[in-house]
Design a protein around this ligand. Structure first.
Ligand code: ATP
Length: 453
């Protein structure tokens, strides 16, 4: 039976989750702070960690870091408020399995927990799986898009793929950088050789060298056997280094040597090994701007640069992506959602999708899971997303500073305050009224007056 560590500082919510998961047959250990969560890790074996994003003495990611520092690999799920989605999406790059937004929907939680335990990461069901393309009645493998940005992207992919150049793929989190790397590999002369993907964000400092270049038995504590590194695993093929900015300085030096001289030296070995590997790297930061990335390595990696557009910059591809993710979610969850309601479409259009394709995929999967019928309604969207969008579009124009009308100024201020408090109260109107020190009826009247939905 799977053993889950839950770290959540809201005791009531923690008790509800504990109860729910126990009923579903899981063993749960509940901790209320980062410190006690890390402590619990030392004395127990967990199969999964469920973390609140904001905790009293830190953030959930601190626990993830501690797990990694111990060289353990336990999948973790972050529970976050909708306002932290941007950060949560980033967290995935730091080794978090998935995130779900609060208020947590039990069915969604169960789905993500089971996926994490099965090791079935969204990231593992890669678009280009050959088995899928063989079946005619299954949804397409990926979306290419027809927007000008998509056309340019695919033009560049086709251009660089057959060469042996190193490629640096840049783009915001979740835009499909790994998909681009796989496309390049698939269209290259190395297509029949391995494609090995490493997320440098999840490598611990101590183990990164051995992971990439291998090690010799006994070269450090814990090196019980010889280990083949990923460079050798990728021989003849392509090595994809995601989030390359996370590699430490000394690993960068070794990587530069591997690229320049085409040799690697396993940790503890006194001989070098020749390697024939094409390296494709990805990042969502300005590598040179961080001051932590070697310039010589940067230029070596960046023989060709591809920038993957953000979802908001390829709006005309949006519908295709939405249809694609709906079809996949239907297939996976046994649902039959055929369309999104007009209201959902409007919200999707107004939203800026900071987590890009990954966020769209997650939001759609949640909607499909929660939609019993053919049309996905707004009720299946995260409440705070609906709230944020509905109220951003109808913001009352702030009276200009030169306008002395005191009533207009105080109304604009009041409206903003109500919106902020509603958001803080996670949309719970009784709680918001309490925080504002007015009764519910007055709050409703004011919401109506200011067009807050
Ligand atoms: N062209 C595409 N068609 C369909 N799905 C896609 C496409 N590109 C990416 N995806 C899906 O979007 C999600 C994010 O893609 P991917 O992991 O490649 O992004 P990324 O930019 O590498 O993210 P990160 O910056 O977090 O590493 C994945 O679930 C992937 O399957």
């Amino acid at each position: 039976m799977a053993n889950i560590l839950l770290v959540e500082d809201d005791t009531t919510f923690a008790a509800i989750l504990e109860n729910f998961l126990r009923k579903k047959g899981f063993d749960i250990v509940v901790k209320y702070s980062v410190k006690s969560g890390i402590e619990a890790l030392k004395n127990n074996t967990f199969h999964l960690i469920l973390l609140d994003y904001r905790l009293g003495d830190g953030i959930g990611l601190d626990v993830v870091d501690a797990v990694r520092a111990e060289g353990k690999a336990i999948p973790s799920i972050i529970m976050t408020s909708f306002n932290d989605v941007r950060t949560a999406v980033k967290a995935i790059r730091q080794g978090v399995f998935d995130y779900i937004t609060k208020p947590v929907n039990p069915d969604e939680l169960l789905m993500v927990v089971n996926e994490a335990l099965e090791g079935k990461s969204a990231e593992k069901e890669r678009p280009a799986s050959k088995a899928r393309s063989a079946k005619l009645d299954t949804p397409a493998d990926f979306v290419e898009g027809t927007s000008p940005a998509a056309r340019k992207l695919h033009e560049y992919i086709a251009l660089v793929a057959p060469t042996d150049m190193s490629v640096l793929i840049r783009g915001e989190s979740g835009t499909g950088k790994e998909y681009v790397a796989r496309s390049i590999h698939r269209m290259s002369m190395r297509a029949d050789m391995p494609f090995v993907s490493i997320d440098c964000g999840t490598l611990s400092k101590e183990l990164a060298s051995s992971e990439l270049f291998g090690h010799i038995k006994g070269s450090f504590t814990g090196a019980l056997n010889d280990k083949t590194g990923q460079f050798v695993e990728a021989s003849g093929g392509t090595l994809f280094l995601d989030e390359i900015g996370n590699l430490s300085y000394d690993v960068q030096v070794k990587l530069l040597r591997a690229l320049q001289e085409k040799v690697i030296q396993p940790v503890g070995a006194n001989k070098t090994v020749s390697v024939d590997v094409r390296v494709i790297a990805a990042t969502n930061e300005d590598l040179l701007g961080t001051g932590k990335f070697r310039e010589d390595l940067y230029h070596r990696i960046n023989e060709f640069e591809i920038i993957v557009p953000a979802l908001r910059d390829r709006r005309s591809d949006f519908q295709q992506f939405a249809d694609f993710f709906i079809a996949h979610a239907n297939e996976e969850l046994g649902r039959d959602v055929q369309a999104l309601s007009d209201e959902v479409n409007e919200i999707f259009q107004a939203y800026d999708w900071p987590g890009n394709l990954r966020e769209l995929k997650n939001v759609i999967k949640r909607m499909v899971l929660l939609s019993p019928g053919n049309v996905a309604e707004v009720a299946a969207l995260p409440e705070e997303m609906v709230f944020a969008i509905k109220n951003q579009g109808i913001a009352e124009p702030e009276p200009s500073a030169g306008n002395p009308d005191l009533r207009l100024h105080s109304e604009a201020h009041e409206r903003k305050l109500i919106l902020d408090v509603l958001q803080k109260a996670r949309y719970n109107k009784s709680k918001a009224a309490q925080m504002l020190n007015i009764d519910r009826k007055t709050l409703y009247n004011k919401m109506e007056k200011y067009g807050i939905e």
